[in-house]
Design a protein around this ligand. Sequence first.
Ligand code: SF4
Length: 176
Amino acid sequence: MKIAIEELAGCSGCTIAVLDLHEMILDLVEKADIVYSPVIMDVKEPPEGIDIAFVTGAIRNTENQERLNLLRKRAKKIVAFGTCACYGGVSGLSMLSSNAELFDYVYRGVETAHPDGTVPKDVPPFLYRAFAVGDMTKIDYYITGCPPKEALLKQIIPALIAGDTLELSRKSVCAE
Ligand code: SF4
């Protein structure tokens, strides 16, 4: 079983939520290999033959879109992981401002920005709005939450890796 964890327009909190499974990670890595995760390993591109790809973050720019398309070609199942991926989430709040306002704020409005106010040349062009990943490609499963709750992941991830079906409580997102 080959697993990928992709990170698009989000905050890394969803990837950290997977790492926060603590000792359960040890059980999982006995049954599955994490073959791609830009946050936790130095692999630039998802390999062929991925069984399950967890996609965190929304689609906000052309690079996010290209990476999602590539993953769709290389993964048998895609899981929209976290509220940004499922609905746009925090990244969707960027639609309250114009692209010019966003770039002004990030690259000119803070002390750590380039002193001459230039925007780095390698920033990918923004799309006209933020998209949930399901707006762009077929998604097999959705796991909501910002980030998804540990108790929920402890039920869902082993079942996905084992290929089992799982019936969740109707209050699985909001209930403690
Ligand atoms: Fe971060 Fe929440 Fe978005 Fe996950 S859903 S990437 S934790 S903002």
